[in-house]
Design a protein. Structure first.
Ligand code: C2E
Ligand code: MG
Ligand code: MG
Length: 508
């Protein structure tokens, strides 16, 4: 445990006692030698010299004391910043230095060094759930077990709350790297006996090799973390070795994030519209607005690539408002008896004043609320159930209709459906594409249709690509269809789609 940088009590007592005793002995010696009586024989210059000498001695003691204090403070700062208090391992800062040293050694000797990044999945959640005291206990036990299982000659550091790094020189490997990692994963994932309970954890591991994967500690740490994230995404309790492709994906995401703001200002975005048809009558009932990004240099960038980034960065609210206003304006150029369906992101749905924004977009475009449909995913609604229910009710009261998008891909918790006001369930494309080959999917679709009807809503099937899918959907009782079979999304062109002939959607 690090000391206090202020002088320690023992040091103060020793200094005071030492100086006091020293002073006393000096006085006694002076009296015994009748030094003071002899002062008359000493010339003023010699007397001055003695006084100056004593002053110099006092100054030297003071300086020694000061520098001892500085040393002590330096050690304190070193311990505070370089050593993790809980585990005693080098801290993140110290590990960066050690990785740098390892890079230097690799360059000198040519012997590779592996960096194993080990992370306890969702440690923050575990910490919140079991309390910080037990969280600390878990980290302590984890650190001990890691030390016991790491080969000799390795360096272990604590990089973050639940994250550790092990530096393994090639010569420290007893078998292969794969064997070591597998063994570490197995050992580290065994439950931890804490004072209150036995705690299970999942571990993810990312690995980089020096010099192959870089010669800068920060770059190496970033890369081991990318590998770790890949491992985590591919399933619980796995490991992954860094591959340059991972950097490319991360760089691309970063590029998208940095470009989104400029793209909005430049006017790169546009809306394409995909028609929706009533399955019984073949009547064109509405259009889904789908966002398109045409970058001046990179061309079209699909929504699946930029919407999640826009969500994470928060720019989705600005982008979503642009879509809403533009969609409402475009609707006035489309047939009066059709609606425009706009996708709302979860962040947009829960943040800010959505109701005020919708009202203002409708008013500016002079659009009747009945001609606007908002598509929201299940995930968006489960974030805060009460708030979601309130917003949905307000929108419905205004006359705006609500469609639940991608139904069947989220939690599909049926009980929440009863609390929510909505007009339509959009059956996800994954069900539609399985219809022709998997007979049980037809039964599932029929069940969704029945459920939807029981709740007073309609069903729309997304991603209809073939006639036989349309036939099966009709048999299942689906109301509305949308998909490439009927029309692909395309730029706004009010005359592009007409009602489809009824025979095209009839049961044969
Ligand atoms: P979504 O809302 O489920 O939209 C349907 C997606 O399926 C669209 O992809 C559409 O082009 C595609 N699609 C339609 N019919 C077919 C078909 O027959 N076969 C196949 N394979 N695909 C079909 P897109 O335009 O790439 O959009 C993907 C997702 O991006 C959308 O899924 C939606 O979640 C999101 N998105 C698009 N525009 C917006 C927007 O303005 N705001 C927000 N928040 N999300 C948007
Ligand atoms: Mg949609
Ligand atoms: Mg969908």
């Amino acid at each position: 445990m690090a000391g206090n940088p202020k002088r320690a009590l023992w040091f103060k007592i020793l200094t005071i006692t030492g100086s006091g005793t020293g002073g006393l002995f000096l006085g006694l010696w002076a009296m015994k030698s009748n030094l003071l009586g002899n002062f008359s024989h000493i010339s003023p210059a010699t007397f001055g010299g003695i006084v100056a000498g004593l002053c110099a001695l006092a100054a030297a003691i003071a300086a020694m004391s000061f520098f001892a204090g500085v040393d002590e403070s330096e050690e304190y700062v070193y311990r505070e910043t370089r050593i993790d208090k809980l585990t005693g391992f080098p801290s993140r800062l110290a590990m960066i230095g050690k990785i740098s040293d390892a890079i230097g050694a690799v360059k000198r000797t040519g012997e590779p060094v592996f960096m194993i990044d080990i992370d306890i999945d969702r440690f923050k959640h575990i910490n919140d759930a079991i309390g910080y005291q037990h969280g600390d206990e878990l980290i302590l036990e984890f650190g001990k077990r890691l030390k016991a299982n790491a080969p000799r000659g390795t360096t272990i550091g604590r990089m973050g709350a639940g994250e550790f790094v092990v530096l393994v020189p090639d010569s420290a490997l007893e078998g292969s790297l794969d064997m070591l990692v597998e063994q570490l994963l197995e050992e580290m994932a065994r439950p931890y006996q804490l004072t209150s309970h036995s705690q299970s954890v999942n571990i993810s591991v990312g690995i980089v090799a020096m010099p192959k994967d870089g010669d800068d500690p920060i770059v190496l740490l970033r890369r081991s973390n990318l590998a770790l994230q890949r491992a985590r995404a591919s399933g619980l309790g796995t490991w992954s070795v860094f591959h340059p492709e991972m950097s490319r994906v991360a760089d691309y995401r970063q590029w998208i994030e940095s470009e989104l703001g400029a793209a909005l200002e430049r006017g790169d975005f546009d809306l394409h519209y995909q028609p929706q048809f009533d399955l019984l009558s073949g009547k064109l009932v509405g259009y889904e607005a789908l966002l398109r990004w045409r970058h001046p240099e990179r061309g079209m960038i699909p929504p699946s690539e930029f919407i999640p980034v826009a969500e994470e960065s928060g720019i989705i609210c600005e982008l979503g408002e642009w879509v809403l206003r533009r969609g409402c304006r475009d609707a006035s150029r489309l047939p009066d008896d059709t609606y425009v369906a706009i996708n709302l992101s979860p962040t947009q749905f829960m943040n800010g004043d959505l109701i005020a924004m919708v009202k203002s977009a409708l008013a500016d475009a002079r659009l009747k609320p009945e001609r606007l449909e908002l598509e929201i995913t299940e995930t968006a609604m489960t974030l805060d159930r009460d708030k979601a229910a309130r917003i949905l009710r307000e929108l419905s009261d205004m006359g705006v209709s609500i469609a639940i998008d991608d139904f069947g891909t989220g939690y599909s918790n049926l009980s929440y459906l009863m609390d929510f006001t909505f007009k339509k369930l959009k059956i996800d494309r994954s069900f539609v594409s399985r219809l022709e080959h998997d007979s049980s999917t037809g039964a599932v679709v029929s069940t969704i249709v029945g459920l939807s009807r029981a709740l007073g809503a309609h069903t729309l099937a997304e991603g209809v690509e073939t006639e036989s899918q349309a036939v099966l959907l009709k048999a299942a009782g689906c109301d509305v269809v949308q998909g490439f079979y009927y029309g692909k999304p395309q730029p706004l062109d009010p005359s592009a789609y007409r009602n489809v002939p009824v025979k095209q959607v009839a049961v044969h």
